[in-house]
Design a protein. Structure first.
Length: 309
């Protein structure tokens, strides 16, 4: 009996969720590396256009099953539009930044987004943030400042674009929190549609006819990103978010590895130090938010936050 129950015990939902989350993060890292490779030859607008068009083609059959109402009728359309603007700005800035910065540097700045979310949530969402989380937020900003210290070879404007992109990503997350009633596939549809429109607007400037292999890679960007999103969504359904969410930080070692393998980028010591501080800060914020949510659930708090920590 022991030999037959051991494999079943190994395939618990939590362990499966962790594996699926790790797979999703690996796919996101691969998508980012592919994007950095392609924007060295093609414009950001062209990459966004082909990537988004392919992803929409894949997504449409799933939306068709839900019916046209899932797209035509949405909650709070102006907030939906704001989220699309933020998501489009975020992906545009990301691809623009990786043209000039190492992949690991850009990923470090994007991993700081939860810190910005925590800092902005009291003002935009009315959430309570106590001294522990404010300390973690301050620590995270110190990590960002350390990671931002560029070498003389880095164009300062690229750093500005990266920071703008991370704030846009944080605002996208915040607006997404207030649109919980919108199905995930509908949110992804509008997000891709916004990127497609931006691609159509900017692709004519600097258009380069892609070769056959590059056209496949451009389309694969959309496929890989879609599968990565599916993995992340599936992971949080298989296991509690408190178990799988911290594994998002595996993006950083993947970025370091892929940046070294494909582009010969070696991370700066200050970047690694700043990244470590950002990760620690993000984990502190996440743990405190999780405890607050659990306390609020137990106390029946309507706003989802039962303690001010």
């Amino acid at each position: 009996m022991a030999s037959t129950t051991a494999p079943a015990a190994a395939l618990t939902p939590a362990r499966t969720g962790i594996f699926v989350m790790l797979l999703g993060m690996a796919l996101f890292s691969l998508n980012d590396a592919m994007g950095k490779w392609l924007v060295a030859t093609y414009s950001v607008g062209q990459v966004l256009l082909i990537r988004s068009a392919v992803a929409l083609l894949i997504l449409m059959p799933f939306l068709w099953k839900r019916g046209a109402a899932s797209i035509a009728v949405v909650e709070r359309p102006w907030l939906q539009l704001a989220r699309v603007v933020f998501s489009t700005a975020e992906v545009f800035c990301f691809y623009w930044a990786v043209v000039y910065l190492p992949l690991a540097d850009v990923m470090t700045f994007w991993l700081a987004a939860p810190i910005y979310v925590a800092a902005l949530s009291p003002f935009l969402l009315g959430e309570k943030v106590g001294p522990v989380r404010w300390t973690a937020i301050g620590l995270g900003f110190i990590g960002v400042i350390i990671a931002l210290r560029p070498s003389g070879e880095v164009e300062p404007f690229a750093l500005v674009v990266a920071i703008i992109g991370t704030f846009a990503f944080a605002l996208m997350v915040i607006t997404g929190r207030t649109l919980r009633g919108t199905p995930d596939k509908t949110l992804v549809f509008f997000q891709l549609l916004g990127a497609l429109v931006a691609g159509l607007a900017f692709a004519p400037f600097g258009w380069v006819d892609p070769s056959g292999p590059d056209l496949i890679l451009l389309g694969a960007l959309g496929v890989v990103a879609m599968v990565a999103h599916i993995c992340v969504n599936r992971a949080v359904k298989l296991a509690d978010a408190t178990i799988v969410a911290p594994f998002q930080y595996t993006l950083l070692p993947w970025a370091v590895l892929l940046g070294w393998l494909f582009f010969g980028d070696l991370p700066r010591p200050l970047m690694l130090a700043g990244a470590a501080i950002i990760v620690v800060s993000g984990l502190i914020i996440y743990v405190r938010d999780t405890r607050a949510n659990r306390a609020a659930t137990a106390a029946g708090s309507p706003n989802g936050f039962g303690e001010n920590t």
